[in-house]
Design a protein around this ligand. Sequence first.
Ligand SMILES: Nc1ncnc2c1ncn2[C@@H]1O[C@H](COP(=O)(O)OP(=O)(O)OP(=O)(O)O)[C@@H](O)[C@H]1O
Length: 318
Amino acid sequence: MKTRVIVNPMANKGNCGKRWPQIRAELENHLGPLAADDIVMTRARNHGTVLAREAVTAGYRRLISVGGDGTFSEILNGVIADDRLIVPGLVLAQLPGGTSNEFSRSFGQNSLADASRAVASGTTREIDVFRAEARGYAGDQVTRYGFLLAIVGAAATISWRAQRVPLLKRLGPVSYVLMTAFTSLTYTPRAYRIRVDDEAEQTLPMWALLLCSFDGAGEGLMLAPGADPGDCKLDLIMVGDMGRWESLTKIVPRLGDGSYIAHPKVTRRHATRITIDSDQMVQADVDGESIGQLPMSVALLPLRVTVAVNRSAPEAGR
Ligand SMILES: Nc1ncnc2c1ncn2[C@@H]1O[C@H](COP(=O)(O)OP(=O)(O)OP(=O)(O)O)[C@@H](O)[C@H]1O
């Protein structure tokens, strides 16, 4: 299978680029030698999308993302257009080179050796993909395909702050802890208008809303325990009207093991389509990247994407 490797040298604060010779050696151990033409490096944000589109147009059918979930998500956006895969028969893979490698973790291939073995094994499974549309920061309409999660409210604000403040970004996971504490103590729940599938619109006060396809998310969070990335459903989790102290003490410390779900103000259900809006400014984030603000609509696509895994069984998990 014609394979192109797309490397984000800046993933994991530049460590991915530094470790690339080691990552390449491990991959070649399993796949055999790679030609220079089969490897490309991202040079800027969203360049992964351009490189993936070019690779598929040039006839590559297996794309290996070397980086974190953001790089994988960019590649996903390069192989889908107008809600369709631009060519059939594609296989995507992740070699964990980022800070958050939820894809690899979720399929039990967190080590480079296991992830390389998954690519070489030829074993695949299908994962769900959703389309998110929101208002971009410049007021334009933004469309983004996602595989992991879409979040709004306090959760998206935490993610945005932790990524945008350069000093914090250098602190890595600590920045999320700091931003989570700061945001919890300053964020007030917003009133949302939300419509789920074909149900009537409801107005609800919420601290955050999460739509998850995978069970976890970057930096060791367990947001939707037991969620199956290939079940043709998204897990909709609504965190209700939380006071500041309540969110800091009852929700935030329980995001790591997923036990926040049991809080009486948290609801969880399946959904395939939602639209959400608010009279206040609320940020929206897809697969760990801030895409803009509400209104946002998210819809599961009828297509699924084939990915390289070590075990094809749906129970392949943590
Ligand atoms: N050459 C580049 N220079 C700067 N940024 C880049 C480059 N190539 C890719 N990126 C950006 O790097 C970001 C992070 O990538 P990714 O999510 O794969 O790694 P990560 O280490 O898990 O991320 P994070 O630092 O967000 O935790 C993506 O938003 C991507 O757009």
